[in-house]
Design a protein around this ligand. Structure first.
Ligand code: GAL
Length: 681
């Protein structure tokens, strides 16, 4: 595990003496007349709300002109919150620059790959690398920090909002300049850059740094390493901006923790969050359900990965929705019970805060059809009753606050470099979906009742008995060595198609795929066999492959073939192999089996690693188990994934929430959640 500054979570036990789960929302009172504010505070108290994020989109309100400031309304609001016993996670208000600024300085507006300006009219229309934007934004940050430094309502700073949501990729001249500086720092010399980018190809050799540009709209596929480096640079540029705001906040209010809301598994993959996590005092995340067959598996996966990014320390769920959003093609309302279950699944995976976007549903603007804690219908509504019910539930879970997540024995590895590189253009297939492959493995583990962690390469991988690394496409030499050491030391590694193919510069490991892992896996692949969109292959273990196949030759000793292709171009050849190496093993899965197929394959892989379900047989696959652990207690979160009542015989402990036990144990109603406390000693 990398070293991180000690977590300064706002409500960690010891900070104000009262461990509690934070509960609340984004609160945008500037959209409402003053008399609504009083009702808001009253309803917040009724619902058990103890924390709100304020000021997120308030720049135009607090600074109506370059040298005019209007804090009176925010002063009053902060006072009202404090009087109501509600803490403020105060935004720096820099997320959406006001019209006076973009009119005076259109050079802060982002530019797309094809050279179009991203105009004001929505939000986040600023270049991460613009010195002009930064000067104005940091001036505002300082004003906010100085104004509210000593305000008793202030519990944390909320830097900007969802950095990169709309502006992660900017191709402007500012970006070009900053990209060159970044490349100088990474590669040192032009020769090194020319080598890394493989510029001998297509006559791309650079003879001066000034010739280098972001990968703007080009005649054909832009240079792949240029694209990959631009992704890395873009993430770093926003991280650098985050640091700039944070440094001002730390200078003025050294004792107030700083966060910013991530979008782990959100609509953009541009931000390398594991690499950002060390920059803030506690990790926050926003998550929205994408309705579909794996939607709650995805919620669990995302929360689990957020915990991994937070080093298994408590994190802050900054936004999710009480019901429908407004930005999907069809915005489905949540079913009764889902509001609480979704929230508690985040808590199960380490969230010590449950907050929504937003408190009161807007009457105007682009998000007026987005659900909120107080819907258009007002407090006399199912949603508000569910909101107050959840407030009570979270109070009952106060003892959990501060507890970390108890590590599992199985991990799914999620790697940003591989995510970025494996899905680039000019590849064997455009159908590869990195995130989906990882999620399928996780879904299969859930279906078998196996508790797993989702981790990044920054985690201590040696702690796991079984490490599943789907599409680990980018393998620098040091990672190849680490994985070999892991297996020789007794770890069981599982990897898949298109893994180990390139190094950190996106150069092929030569001599046959999967180059970096060829010896460890004891196999050699001369040619990839991607499948057409309507093509499938049958395996002799009754599973079906899609997307990809490989023509595998077994080369190493101690390699057993766990499954063969039955149909397709590689019929009778190996499809899944496992090599016994050192005290562990290394398994290769050459096709996409999907969650159902992986459920068939996994038991054999789990057995080799000596891992079994911790759930009673009747609950496996139907209930998700997640465990949090404090100094004295373990907290078992049991989440019913089905629409049926599930018996849970033989699981004991003090019930914090959930149905009371009967003689033979207890039964979990459809889509319900129970939390049991056990002694950790
Ligand atoms: C987030 C954003 C919020 C709101 C929400 C709607 O991306 O931070 O301001 O727009 O989505 O789902």
């Amino acid at each position: 595990m990398t070293s991180r500054p000690p977590s300064r979570f706002p409500y960690a036990p010891g900070s104000d003496g009262t461990p509690r789960i934070a509960y609340g929302a984004d609160y945008n009172p500037e959209q409402w007349p003053r008399d609504v504010w009083d009702e808001d505070i009253r309803l917040m108290r009724e619902a058990g709300v103890n924390t709100v994020s304020v000021g997120i989109f308030s720049w135009a309100r607090v600074q109506p002109a370059e040298d005019a400031w209007d804090f009176a309304w925010l002063d009053e609001l902060m006072d009202l919150l404090h009087a109501g016993g509600i803490g403020a996670d105060l935004a720096t208000a820099t997320a959406s620059p006001p019209p006076w600024l973009t009119t005076a300085h259109p050079e802060i507006l982002p530019v797309t790959a094809s050279g179009a300006t991203v105009w004001p009219g929505a939000r986040q229309h600023w270049r991460p690398t613009s010195p002009v934007f930064r000067a104005h934004a940091l001036r505002l940050v300082r004003k906010m920090a100085e104004r509210y430094a000593d305000h008793p309502a202030l519990v944390a700073w909320h830097v900007s909002n969802e950095l990169g949501c709309h502006n992660i990729y900017d191709y402007s001249d500012d970006a070009a300049r900053a990209f060159r500086d970044w490349l100088r720092a990474r590669h040192g010399t032009l020769d090194a850059l020319n080598h890394a980018w493989g510029t001998a190809f297509w006559s791309q050799r650079y003879s001066d740094w000034e010739q280098i540009l972001p990968p703007r709209l080009a005649a054909s596929h832009p240079n792949p390493t240029q694209q990959l480096d631009f992704k890395r640079f873009s993430s770093d540029a926003l991280k650098e901006y985050l640091r700039a705001e944070r440094d001002v906040l730390r200078e003025v209010t050294p004792d107030v923790p700083v966060t910013t809301n991530f979008m782990v598994m959100g609509n953009t993959k541009g931000m390398n969050y594991p690499d950002w996590a060390d920059e803030i005092d506690f990790v926050s995340n926003d998550h929205y359900v994408h309705p579909g067959p794996q939607d709650r598996d995805e919620l669990s996966f995302s929360a689990n990965l957020t915990s991994g990014i937070a080093g298994h320390r408590p994190w802050f769920l900054m936004e999710h929705s009480t019901s429908a959003v407004n930005w999907q093609p069809v915005n489905l309302a949540k079913r009764p019970g889902d509001l609480a279950r979704d929230s508690l699944l985040h808590v199960a995976h380490g969230a010590d805060a449950v907050c929504f976007f937003q408190w009161r549903q807007s009457a105007a603007g682009a998000e007026k059809y987005h659900s909120a804690m107080v819907p258009h219908a007002g407090p006399d509504s199912e949603v508000f009753r569910a909101v107050t019910g959840l407030g009570r539930t979270l109070q009952a879970l106060a003892p959990v606050a501060g507890a970390g997540r108890e590590p599992a024995r199985v991990a799914v590895l999620f790697d940003w470099d591989s995510w970025w590189a494996s899905e680039q253009d000019s590849h064997p297939t455009s159908r590869l979906d990195y995130r989906q492959e990882a999620l399928d493995w996780y879904s299969a583990l859930l279906a078998l009742g196996i508790r797993a962690d989702v981790v990044t390469t920054r985690a201590g991988l040696d702690a796991y008995d079984l490490l599943i690394a789907p599409v680990l496409h980018v393998i620098p030499e040091v990672l190849a060595k680490d994985l070999t050491r892991y297996v020789e030391g007794g770890g069981h590694l599982v990897t898949t198609y298109f893994s180990g193919v390139v190094d950190e510069n996106d150069h092929i490991w030569l001599g046959g795929y999967p180059g970096a892992l060829r010896d460890l896996l004891g196999i050699r692949i001369e040619e990839f066999g991607p499948l057409a969109a309507d093509e499938t292959v049958a395996l002799d273990n009754a599973t079906t492959g899609t997307v990809w196949t490989d023509r595998i030759t077994v080369t190493g000793p101690a390699v057993e073939v766990l499954a063969r292709y039955r149909t397709g171009a590689y019929a009778a050849r190996p499809a899944v192999t496992r090599r016994a190496a050192g005290r562990g093993s290394a398994t290769y899965v050459s096709t996409r089996l999907g969650a159902d197929g992986l459920t068939v394959l996994l038991p054999e892989l789990l057995a080799a690693a000596g891992v079994d379900s911790e759930l009673p047989a009747a609950a496996r696959g139907r209930v998700e188990l997640a465990v949090r652990r404090g100094p004295d207690s373990r907290y078992l979160f049991l989440v019913n994934r089905t629409d049926e009542t599930v018996p849970l015989p033989g699981i004991g402990g003090e019930l914090l929430i959930g149905p009371a036990a009967t003689e033979g144990g207890f039964a979990l109603p459809p889509r319900d959640v129970a939390v049991l406390r056990q002694s950790a000693r």
